[in-house]
Design a protein around this ligand. Structure first.
Ligand code: ZN
Length: 132
């Protein structure tokens, strides 16, 4: 069974299971797949996120490339404070440290505490890979 994310020609987004990709193609060609929102039978396949992470198809590679470029840009424009990230983020928020863009590591609990205190943080695209 394959789990597909599907999009109709009106842009509705829904999910469905198929025996295999041929089965999806055949059903779609015969107009057997209906959008649950508008009953359109013009359905195309969306990209499932897990496929993007380990996929080898060109679409996934392109997306991966875009994420890497974005990540690189963030890395270039932020100061790495490593494990001091939660403390440094608070110091900047309190005005105790110079206001600047930083990156570093925070545990899930630390990240949640920062967000709860209204300090804006977000995960680096591409996950927590180490490197420059
Ligand atoms: Zn629709």
């Amino acid at each position: 069974m394959i789990h597909y994310r599907l999009i109709c020609d009106a842009g509705h987004d829904f999910e469905s299971w198929f025996r295999d990709s041929d089965s999806f193609d055949a059903q779609a060609a015969q107009g057997l797949i209906h959008c649950p929102f508008c009953q359109s039978t013009k359905i195309s396949r969306g990209v499932m996120a897990p496929h993007v992470a380990r996929g080898h198809d060109p679409e996934a590679a392109k997306l991966r490339e875009a994420l890497d470029a974005l990540r690189e840009q963030i890395v270039e424009n932020t100061e790495d404070v490593g494990d001091n990230f939660p403390d440094e983020a608070r110091r900047i928020e309190d005005g105790a440290a110079q206001r600047r863009a930083i990156r570093g590591r925070a545990s899930f609990e630390e990240a949640r505490a920062l967000l709860e205190d209204g300090i804006e943080i977000f995960p680096l695209p591409g996950g927590a890979r180490e490197g420059h």
